[in-house]
Design a protein around this ligand. Structure first.
Ligand SMILES: Cc1ncc(COP(=O)(O)O)c(C=O)c1O
Length: 385
């Protein structure tokens, strides 16, 4: 079975983890800071904090920015549940805007939802394609709210030549195995703000402060620390960070291969579907996707078939697919949490969801795999029941 995404692990990754296993620290040791420094340098950010997963990273950012009950964030309905669920963790409400043809948050629909309670816009770079960051920075600045990038799909992507992670108040990454690099489970946050980094690090480890200059009472010994607020154990172990460091060194190669696969898909799709009906993801001159996903838009009625039938036929032929994403308000949790939101129409999200299908995309795919996926897609779409 060719899955829609998969990690690439080599002997250097395995050796890096084994080295930590033989060292005195399995967690809270020196490799954590090394991974953080390397991550910040890679994406052109001043500070990085790594944590248990991308969901924890979102939770930490929302909490560290002081987003709380009564506050609102605005995000996209075409995202993974965690983007919104992490806002519920801090008691905030979510308003869902609409999306453009790339499935990315539409700036005009975001601005229309801003209220005095809005604290942040959370922009998701869907599938690795950056949103229109300049438009969002301008909206955020005008309204005095934070811009958070959920870049769980977009490590290695660029906007006007700058890496994703180098521009906003906070940018969040995931190191789940289907993402660009993996630590098993893992997440990261980058920010230009030392204050935000300090707060994130504190909340990541139980709200504990160890810096004597930041304590409320004078420390009475070497052991002293203060639990200053309610935090969590969201740390990432040295074992995971060793894998992350080793993987990060290969990020450029992974992204180059993903882009080559995308280019090959475009050529094959144009050749096999010369009359259209299957459209590759849009491209923009100023934004370069890092292709976490390769989501095609399929006009299923034109082929007199449905996505259900096509995905079943592809699975029978050994081709894994996925849909990113079911609009969040179609899930019971989000509909219950945001009852007023369900009443507003989102034609962009409806159209995107009706047509999208993620086909296999990962660096270890061969050129022949790409040809096979497109050939099987053509068979699945054209075969009569
Ligand atoms: C857009 C987006 N945000 C957040 C997350 C959460 O990341 P994690 O699975 O590492 O918790 C994911 C995971 O798939 C995601 O796709």
């Amino acid at each position: 079975m060719l899955p829609y995404g998969r990690q690439t692990i080599d002997e250097a990754d395995i050796a890096a983890v084994v080295e930590v296993l033989r060292s005195p620290f399995l967690t809270a040791g020196p490799v954590v800071a090394k991974f953080e420094e390397a991550l910040a340098a890679k994406v052109g950010a001043r500070h990085a904090s790594v944590c248990a997963n991308g969901t924890a990273a979102l939770h930490l950012v929302y909490a560290a920015l002081g987003i709380t009950a009564g506050d609102e964030i605005i995000t996209t309905p075409i995202t993974f549940s965690a983007t919104a669920a992490a806002a519920y963790y801090v008691g905030a409400t979510v308003r869902f805007a609409d999306v453009d043809a790339a499935g990315n948050l539409d700036p005009a629909s975001v601005e229309a939802l801003i209220t005095p309670r809005t604290r942040a816009i959370v922009a998701v770079h869907l599938g690795g394609m950056p949103v229109d960051l300049e438009a969002f920075h301008s909206i955020a600045q005008r309204h005095g709210i934070a811009l958070i990038e959920d870049a769980c799909h977009a490590l290695g992507a660029t906007y006007h030549g700058s890496p994703i992670g180098s521009r906003s108040d906070a940018t969040v990454f995931s190191f789940h195995p289907v993402k660009h690099i993996t630590t098993g489970e893992g997440g990261g946050i980058v920010t230009p703000s030392p204050t935000l980094k300090h707060r994130i690090d504190k909340l990541r480890a139980h709200g504990i402060e160890r810096d004597a200059t930041q304590m409320q009472s004078a420390p009475d010994g070497m052991w002293a620390y203060e639990v200053q607020e309610l935090g969590w154990n969201y740390r990432l172990s040295d074992l995971s960070c060793a894998l992350g460091l080793s993987q990060l060194a290969k990020l450029d190669g992974f992204v180059t291969r993903r882009r080559a696969i995308a280019a090959l898909y475009r050529t094959e799709l144009a050749r096999v579907f010369p009359d259209g009906g299957v459209t590759p993801p849009p491209r923009f001159a100023e934004r370069e996707s890092s292709y976490h996903l390769f989501a095609v838009a399929i006009d299923f009625p034109r082929f007199h078939t449905t996505r259900k039938v096509v995905t079943e036929r592809l699975a029978a032929a050994g081709i894994g697919t996925q849909v990113h994403y079911i609009p969040l308000l179609q899930h019971p949790l989000h509909a219950q949490r945001c009852p007023d939101e369900a009443r507003r129409a989102r034609p962009g999200a409806d159209q995107y969801y009706a047509r999208t299908l993620s086909i296999p995309m990962f660096p270890a795919m061969t050129d022949a795999d790409v040809g096979e996926v497109v050939a099987q897609l053509a068979r699945a779409l054209r075969e009569q029941p």
